[in-house]
Design a protein around this ligand. Structure first.
Ligand code: UT7
Length: 317
């Protein structure tokens, strides 16, 4: 497969670190030094499906196609206001497509899982043009009175259109069930028959544990993909990594013995946008003319589960 179009959409509201100083015992210096974040884009009046549709339309236009040319939609999403219908279904309606649409929840790794499904769909001959969207609003999952959580996240949507192609593609997906480190549980509607305890509350994360797991798992995935494809770390033009914390990206760069010029970042002004972070960054690189035909890009992400996803894609747009 090859990526033939990219798009992104950010919410209008920008929340700088200084905003948190007004209601929490925190400060700009702590947030910047520990995470690399200076501001984040946060949903206020927008619906997530509007951002997802905007990113999708831009990706479809960039591919030189119309919504009618799309024959499958995969959306990576952890939460949005609808439990059902799926977000991909809402996107289908909003952009005027008529194809089948399905959601994937692999937490922050979801975009890479969705891209891999798109590759399968194309390889099997069941689709020609697949729209892959990642749309997330993690700011709605956290407790805004908890300084250790709410400063970390931002919202947004990124999209790509994938079509048949002969570019290089290698992928690696892993899932290891470890619920205690990172989870978000919502209580369902009560019934007269429920007798079990049902916890509910904002997202829980053991930050230190997730940090260590993230560095180790991404490094492992990257090494395996490089070995498998016979590439050296420096053969990769850009490592488009999940943007959870600048220190995680720096640790991986350090381990690969590469300078940060290979590691574009958006965490400084987007915060952690969950599975949207990789396609948001990819669109930024593509639209700023930084990607040239033949460039090899390595995308890697980790998230709740734990899930990890990584792939090497050749830019043949
Ligand atoms: O995409 C999903 C995956 N998520 C991630 O990848 C997140 C991975 N983890 C991290 O990025 C980092 O662990 C955090 C940014 C979440 C935390 O950084 P840390 O260096 O691990 O800090 P910490 O949790 O050990 O906290 C250090 C101190 C604590 O105070 P004490 O106990 O040392 O007195 C915290 O209470 O910093 C305190 N603290 C804060 N202080 C000021 C925590 N949050 C804040 C804050 N402002 N916002």
């Amino acid at each position: 497969m090859r990526i033939v179009g990219t798009g992104r959409a950010h919410p209008a509201k920008i929340v700088p670190n200084s905003e948190f100083e007004k209601f929490l015992d925190t400060n700009d210096e702590w947030i910047r030094e520990r995470t690399g974040i200076t501001e984040r884009r946060v949903i206020s009046s927008e619906q997530l499906e509007e951002l997802a549709a905007e990113a999708s339309v831009k990706a479809i236009e960039d591919a030189g196609l119309t919504a009618k040319d799309i024959d499958y939609i995969i959306c990576s999403n952890v939460v949005n206001e609808y439990i059902t219908p799926s977000l991909s279904c809402l996107i289908q309606g909003a952009i005027g497509a008529s194809c089948a649409a399905v959601d994937v929840n692999a937490a922050c790794s979801g975009f890479i899982y969705a891209l891999d499904m798109a590759d399968d769909r194309i390889k099997s001959g069941k689709a020609k043009n697949v729209l892959v969207v990642a749309a997330e609003e993690p700011t709605r999952m956290v407790d805004w009175s908890d300084r250790s959580m709410c400063v970390l996240f931002g919202d947004g949507a990124g999209a790509v259109v994938v079509a048949e192609g002969d570019g290089e593609y290698h992928s690696r997906l892993t899932t290891t069930c470890k619920v205690d480190c990172l989870h978000y549980v919502r209580r369902l509607e009560p019934t007269p028959h429920i007798t079990k305890d049902e916890p509910s509350g904002p997202m829980y994360m053991n930050g230190k544990e997730v940090f260590k797991t993230a560095v180790l798992s991404s490094s492992r995935d990257i090494k395996q993909l490089l070995d498998e494809s016979g590439l050296k770390p420096s053969d990769i033009k850009y490592y488009v990594l999940h943007q959870a914390n600048l220190r995680i990206v720096e640790a991986i760069a350090n381990w690969l013995k590469l300078d940060m010029s290979h590691f574009p970042c958006n965490v400084n002004y987007c915060g952690n946008t969950s599975s949207a972070s990789v396609p948001l960054l990819l669109d930024e690189l593509a639209r700023s003319g930084k990607l040239k035909r033949g460039d090899k890009i390595l995308m890697s992400a980790f998230g709740a589960g734990f899930t990890t996803g990584a792939c090497i894609v050749e830019w043949v747009k």
